[in-house]
Design a protein around this ligand. Structure first.
Ligand SMILES: Cc1cc2nc3c(=O)[nH]c(=O)nc-3n(C[C@H](O)[C@H](O)[C@H](O)COP(=O)(O)OP(=O)(O)OC[C@H]3O[C@@H](n4cnc5c(N)ncnc54)[C@H](O)[C@@H]3O)c2cc1C
Length: 291
């Protein structure tokens, strides 16, 4: 069992990882080795203290160098759900399950609102995870809404399984985006899902209706309470105290996912505090075991 699993490899998650490494804890950081789109996309960062002239790519390279120097590896995986296990947590990521004493949520913030029918058809045609549910749509017709370019890997995987895929990129695709032949890219946005027992129709903003068997929302981050049921949130952000503790013992959160201002320095600072709170929590567990 790990001491801690960090979910999300943006500045907040990396900051937590560096501090846990210094304190020699057994931990995993799950996310993308390319860090976050929000790191790479920034053109000019002026408010990272000590580094007045910094681009997003330079910050990304600096994070990468820092992790290599400390021998920290990011495990490329997306967490689909977290469950309390009594004395820790189970994290399900793709086809793997990890067990840990503590969790740090550093998932960033997802701006897209849920569409009509999204909650109602969850598990009945609506999915947030290509790896978990893709196989149910072998030879079928699906729609995929991708929040960012990170969704494209999952799109390629789904296109290998489904017969037909409608892709709705909710971002500007790059010139080298080459979807498979069975993927129809639409410049439109999903508006509502309808059907009887399962999803049957996706209505787009333009009013166009697509007959589908399933709908995948590949979001940068899931709503906190979707990821971990029972977690206190204010609808968009995870509620924490100043030690970055959530309402669930052993679960901490840091960075944009805890609220505004959305800033690198805040994310880095909160990652540091979350790691120290994990250390304190683990020390408490150890003490209780010895008593
Ligand atoms: C274009 C742009 C410019 C910006 N410029 C500035 C600036 O100049 N100064 C400044 O201070 N701030 C700036 N920001 C804001 C800054 O990018 C954010 O505040 C910062 O990235 C937050 O870091 P974070 O680690 O909390 O979240 P993020 O950077 O969003 O990282 C979270 C990561 O977790 C991953 N993740 C989410 N869910 C899961 C899951 N279930 N499993 C695995 N991984 C998951 C996400 O994919 C993402 O990679 C800018 C943002 C943008 C978009």
């Amino acid at each position: 069992m790990y001491d801690c699993i960090i979910v999300g490899a943006g500045v907040a998650g990396v900051s937590a990882a560096v501090n846990l490494k210094i304190r020699k804890k057994q931990f995993l950081i799950l996310g993308s080795r390319e860090f976050s789109t929000k790191v790479r996309k920034a053109h000019h960062i002026q408010n990272y203290v000590g580094m007045p002239e910094l681009s997003g790519m330079e910050l990304s390279n600096a994070l990468s160098d820092h992790l290599s120097a400390m021998e920290i590896e990011i495990t490329e995986n997306r967490v689909n759900s977290i469950m309390s296990s009594g004395n820790g947590f189970f994290l399900s990521a793709g086809s793997e399950v990890f067990e840990t004493k503590t969790v740090i949520l550093a998932t960033g913030v997802e701006f897209s609102k849920k569409i009509e029918g999204e909650d109602a058809f969850l598990g009945r045609g609506v999915s947030y995870c290509a790896t978990c549910d893709g196989n149910f749509y072998r030879g079928k017709c699906i729609a995929v809404a991708g929040s960012g370019s990170e969704a494209e890997t999952e799109l390629h995987f789904l296109a290998e399984l489904a017969e037909k895929v409608y892709y709705l990129p909710l971002y500007q695709t790059s010139e080298d985006f080459r979807p498979a032949a069975n993927v129809e890219v639409l410049s439109d946005r999903p508006k509502a899902l309808s059907g009887a027992d399962r999803v049957e129709t996706l209505t787009l903003n333009s009013g166009k209706e697509l007959k589908i068997d399933g709908m995948f929302f590949l979001k940068d981050a899931l709503a906190p309470s979707t990821l971990l049921p029972g977690l206190n949130d204010d609808g968009m952000h995870i509620v924490t105290d100043r030690q970055m503790r959530t309402n669930l013992p052993g679960c901490f959160a840091c960075g944009d996912c805890t609220g505004r201002p959305y800033q690198y320095m805040k994310a880095a600072g909160e990652g540091n505090v979350a790691a120290h709170s994990v250390l304190e929590y683990l020390a408490g567990l150890e003490k209780a075991q010895k008593a």
